[in-house]
Ligand binder design. Structure first.
Ligand SMILES: *[C@@H]1O[C@H](CO)[C@@H](O)[C@H](O)[C@H]1NC(C)=O
Ligand SMILES: *[C@@H]1O[C@H](CO)[C@@H](O)[C@H](O)[C@H]1NC(C)=O
Ligand SMILES: *[C@@H]1O[C@H](CO)[C@@H](O)[C@H](O)[C@H]1NC(C)=O
Ligand SMILES: *[C@@H]1O[C@H](CO)[C@@H](O)[C@H](O)[C@H]1NC(C)=O
Ligand SMILES: *[C@@H]1O[C@H](CO)[C@@H](O)[C@H](O)[C@H]1NC(C)=O
Ligand SMILES: *[C@@H]1O[C@H](CO)[C@@H](O)[C@H](O)[C@H]1NC(C)=O
Ligand SMILES: *[C@@H]1O[C@H](CO)[C@@H](O)[C@H](O)[C@H]1NC(C)=O
Ligand SMILES: *[C@@H]1O[C@H](CO)[C@@H](O)[C@H](O)[C@H]1NC(C)=O
Ligand SMILES: *[C@@H]1O[C@H](CO)[C@@H](O)[C@H](O)[C@H]1NC(C)=O
Ligand SMILES: *[C@@H]1O[C@H](CO)[C@@H](O)[C@H](O)[C@H]1NC(C)=O
Ligand SMILES: *[C@@H]1O[C@H](CO)[C@@H](O)[C@H](O)[C@H]1NC(C)=O
Ligand SMILES: *[C@@H]1O[C@H](CO)[C@@H](O)[C@H](O)[C@H]1NC(C)=O
Ligand SMILES: [Cu+2]
Length: 557
C-alpha cells in the first residue's frame, strides 16, 4: 500500500474512532443457591448468589449495558433490585416484588437488562422481597467512561467494604414471627464487614475481616450499608477518610474520621495508609437516638499493613456513642454536590408538586396477635398493602382494581407531628395507592418524621431517580420560613436520604423517568410494617419518553 494511502487511513481511523466505540455489554450469571459458612458459626445454610456472602461485585461502566441472568435454585421466591440505577424506561428490571415484577419462583430464571446512563460511582444490588436481602446483596461499581478521570487524585487500589447484619435464625423467620405475633422483630445477632462478623458470643468459628494495605498507598473504599435495620458508624483507628462520592454522585471532598451511613446508602472515600506499620482496629457500631432496641454489638475487623509483625497489638479507637446524633449531623451537613462544570447540580427551581409525607409508626388492631394489636407504619396515615399483581403490569396493561391513584400528597388531618406524647388514636388506614405525576414534572417532597409512638430516624429510598436534598430541620417543617434556608445551589444528590429523629428533610427531583417507582423506608422493619408508597410517572410525548414493552421472560404470578 502506498504510504500516503496508509497515512490517510490512519487519519480516518483516528477521526472515526470516537463514533465507532460500541456500547459494551456486561454479562453476569447470578445463580441463587444455599450455602453454609464456617465464619457464620455454620448455624444454617443461607441464601446466596453464586455461593458468595456478600455476593459478587457487579462491575460496569458509565453508558454501558448490563445483562444479568438470574437463576433461582432455592425454595424461596426472589427478585433483585439494582439500588440507585436509574433504569430509564426499563422499570421491568428494577426489581421490587409486586411493584415492578412478579417474583422469580424456585426453578425459574429471568434476564435483568438495563443501561447505565449518566451515572458513575458505587451502588449496591440486593434482594427486594421479604427479608432475603439480609444475605442476598453485593456491590455495583460503575467505572467512569474510558478516558474520563475521577475528579480526585487517582487511588492506587480500590476496595469494596460492605457492612451488614446477620441473624443466627433465618431472617425470614424473624420477619414471619412479627407477622404472627405483632411484636417488633428480634434485633440481629452480629454486624458484618464484608461478611465477617468478628467475634460472636458462643461461636468459636467466627472471625473478622482484614483490610490489607501497603504503606504510602492510597485506597478508594467503596463503603455500602447493606444492613436491614441499622444506621452505622464506621471508624479505622488513626486513619482519616476523604469522602468523594455518595450514592454514585460526586461530592465536594471532605475529611472525617467517622463515616455515618444508613441502610441503602453508599459512601466512597479515599484512605491513605500514612501510619506506622501495624494493625489498626476497623469497626462498625449502630446509631439509634431514640428508645428503639438495636443490636449494640460492635463488629471488629483489622486494617493491617504489609510487613506487620505477627504479634503486634491492634491499635484501638473509640466509636461514637449509640445516641451520638451530633456525629450524624456533622457528617450529613458536610455533604455537598461537587457542582462542577462537568458535573453540575441541576436542582429544579420551579416546582409543580409540593408534597408533604408524614412518616412513622402506628398501632392497628389484630385479633390473632399477642396483644390484640400490631405495630404498623405508614405515610400520610396510609399503610401500604402489597398487591398480588405488580403495579407496573397493572399500569402498563390497564388492569383495574390493583391500585388507586389517590395517594394523599399531604396529610389529610394535620396535627403536631413531633409534639410530645402519643396520639390518642394511633390507628392507620390501609390501601394500595400511588401518586401520579406527568412526565418531566418537578416535585418537592418534605419527609416529616412523627412521634406517634416514639420519634425515629428513617432512611428513605426512592427508586428510578436521584433527588437533591435541599433542606432539613428539627421539629415540624415550617412552610413559610424553612424554604428560605434551602440550599438550591450545591445540595447533595442521592437516592437514599436521612430523616432525622423528630425532624424533617426536603428533596426535589424531576419526574423524567416513566414507570412505577417505589418510595420506602430502607429499614426493613419499617418497610414490612407498611412505610412505603409508589409514584406513577406517565409516559411523555417524545420519542424516548415511554416505558419500553415488557420482556418476554417477565415472570408471572
Ligand atoms: C454446615 O457445614 C458443616 C461442615 O461443613 C456441617 O457439619 C453442617 O452440618 C452444615 N450445616 C447445615 C445446617 O447444613
Ligand atoms: C440501551 O442501550 C442499547 C445499546 O446502546 C440501545 O440499543 C437501547 O436502545 C438502550 N435502551 C434504552 C431503554 O435506552
Ligand atoms: C427471637 O428472640 C426470642 C428471645 O430471644 C427467641 O425466643 C426467638 O426464638 C427469636 N426468634 C427467632 C425467629 O429467632
Ligand atoms: C452461650 O452458651 C451458654 C451455654 O450454652 C448459654 O448459657 C449462654 O446463654 C449463651 N450465650 C449467648 C449470648 O447466647
Ligand atoms: C446492649 O443491649 C443489651 C440489651 O438491650 C444491654 O443489656 C447491654 O447493656 C447493651 N450493651 C452495651 C455495650 O450497650
Ligand atoms: C446518650 O445516652 C447516654 C446513656 O444513656 C446519656 O447519658 C446521654 O445523655 C445520651 N446523649 C445524648 C446526646 O442524648
Ligand atoms: C404487649 O403486652 C405486654 C404485656 O401485656 C407489654 O409488656 C408490652 O409492652 C406490649 N407490647 C406492645 C407492643 O404493645
Ligand atoms: C408541638 O409540640 C411541641 C412539643 O410538645 C411544642 O413545643 C410545640 O409548641 C407544638 N407546636 C404546635 C404548633 O402546637
Ligand atoms: C388515620 O386513620 C385512622 C383510621 O381511619 C383514623 O382513625 C385516624 O384518626 C387517622 N389519623 C390521622 C392522624 O389522620
Ligand atoms: C385494611 O383495613 C380494613 C378496614 O379496617 C381491614 O378490614 C383490612 O383487614 C385491612 N387490610 C389489611 C391488609 O390490613
Ligand atoms: C423538561 O422541562 C424543562 C423545564 O421546563 C425543559 O427545559 C425541558 O426541555 C423538558 N424536557 C423534556 C424532555 O420535555
Ligand atoms: C411465590 O410467588 C407466587 C407468585 O406471586 C405466589 O403465588 C407464591 O405464594 C409465592 N411463594 C411463597 C413461598 O411466598
Ligand atoms: Cu423507617
Amino acid at each position: 500500500m502506498a504510504s500516503w494511502a496508509h497515512s490517510v487511513m490512519v487519519v480516518l481511523a483516528i477521526i472515526l474512532l470516537p463514533i465507532m466505540v460500541e456500547t459494551k455489554v456486561w454479562h453476569y450469571k447470578f445463580n441463587v443457591v444455599m450455602k453454609n459458612f464456617t465464619r457464620l458459626c455454620e448455624t444454617k445454610p443461607i441464601v446466596t448468589i453464586n455461593g458468595k456472602f456478600p455476593g459478587p461485585t457487579l462491575y460496569t461502566r458509565e453508558d454501558d449495558r448490563v445483562i444479568v441472568k438470574l437463576v433461582n435454585n432455592v425454595p424461596h421466591n426472589i427478585t433483585i433490585h439494582w439500588h440507585g440505577i436509574r433504569q430509564l424506561r426499563t422499570g421491568w428490571s428494577d426489581g421490587p416484588a409486586y411493584v415492578t415484577q412478579c417474583p422469580i419462583q424456585s426453578g425459574q430464571s429471568y434476564l435483568y437488562k438495563f443501561n447505565v446512563t449518566g451515572q458513575r460511582g458505587t451502588l449496591l444490588w440486593h434482594a427486594h422481597i421479604t427479608w432475603l436481602r439480609a444475605t442476598v446483596h453485593g456491590a455495583i461499581v460503575i467505572l467512569p467512561k474510558h478516558g474520563v478521570p475521577y475528579p480526585f487524585p487517582k487511588p492506587d487500589h480500590e476496595k469494596v467494604v460492605i457492612l451488614g447484619e446477620w441473624w443466627k435464625s433465618d431472617a425470614d423467620d424473624v420477619m414471619n414471627q412479627w407477622i404472627q405475633t405483632g411484636m417488633p422483630p428480634n434485633v440481629s445477632d452480629a454486624h458484618t464487614i464484608n461478611g465477617y462478623p468478628g467475634p460472636v458470643p458462643n461461636c468459636s468459628t467466627s472471625t473478622g475481616y482484614t483490610l490489607h494495605v501497603e504503606s504510602g498507598k492510597t485506597y478508594l473504599l467503596r463503603i455500602i450499608n447493606a444492613a436491614l435495620n441499622e444506621d452505622l458508624f464506621l471508624k479505622i483507628a488513626k486513619h482519616q477518610f476523604t469522602v468523594v462520592e455518595v450514592d454514585a454522585c460526586y461530592v465536594k471532598p471532605f475529611k472525617t474520621d467517622t463515616i455515618y451511613i444508613a441502610p441503602g446508602q453508599t459512601t466512597t472515600a479515599l484512605l491513605t495508609a500514612d501510619q506506622n506499620s501495624g494493625k489498626y482496629l476497623m469497626a462498625i457500631s449502630p446509631f439509634m437516638d431514640t428508645i428503639v432496641a438495636v443490636d449494640n454489638q460492635t463488629a471488629i475487623s483489622t486494617l493491617r499493613y504489609k510487613s506487620t509483625k505477627m504479634y503486634s497489638p491492634t491499635i484501638l479507637t473509640a466509636l461514637p456513642a449509640v445516641n451520638a446524633t451530633s456525629a450524624t449531623n456533622v457528617f450529613i451537613e458536610s455533604l455537598k454536590s461537587l457542582n462542577s462544570a462537568k458535573y453540575p447540580a441541576l436542582v429544579p427551581l420551579k416546582i409543580d408538586h409540593f408534597l408533604t409525607f408524614v412518616v412513622g409508626v402506628g398501632v392497628n388492631p389484630c385479633s390473632t396477635c399477642i396483644n390484640g394489636s400490631r405495630v404498623v407504619a405508614g405515610i400520610n396515615n396510609v399503610t401500604f398493602v402489597m398487591p398480588t399483581t405488580p403495579l407496573l403490569q397493572a399500569h402498563y396493561f390497564n388492569i383495574s382494581g390493583v391500585y388507586t391513584d389517590d395517594f394523599p400528597g399531604n396529610p389529610v388531618a394535620p396535627y403536631n407531628y413531633t409534639g410530645s406524647g402519643p396520639l390518642t388514636n394511633m390507628q392507620i388506614t390501609n390501601g394500595t395507592k400511588v401518586y401520579r405525576l406527568a412526565y418531566n414534572s418537578t416535585v418537592q417532597v418534605v419527609i416529616q418524621g412523627n412521634s406517634v409512638i416514639a420519634p425515629e430516624s428513617h432512611p428513605i429510598h426512592l427508586h428510578g431517580f436521584n433527588f437533591f436534598v435541599v433542606g432539613k430541620g428539627m421539629g415540624n417543617f415550617d412552610p413559610l420560613n424553612d424554604p428560605k434556608k434551602f440550599n438550591l445551589v450545591d445540595p447533595v444528590e442521592r437516592n437514599t436520604l436521612n430523616v432525622p429523629t423528630a425532624g424533617w428533610t426536603a428533596i426535589r427531583f424531576r419526574a423524567d423517568n416513566p414507570g412505577v417507582w417505589f418510595l420506602h423506608c430502607h429499614l426493613e422493619v419499617h418497610t414490612t410494617w407498611g412505610l412505603k408508597m409508589a409514584f406513577l410517572v406517565d409516559n411523555g410525548k417524545g420519542p424516548n419518553e415511554s416505558i419500553i414493552p415488557p420482556p418476554k421472560d417477565l415472570p408471572t404470578c
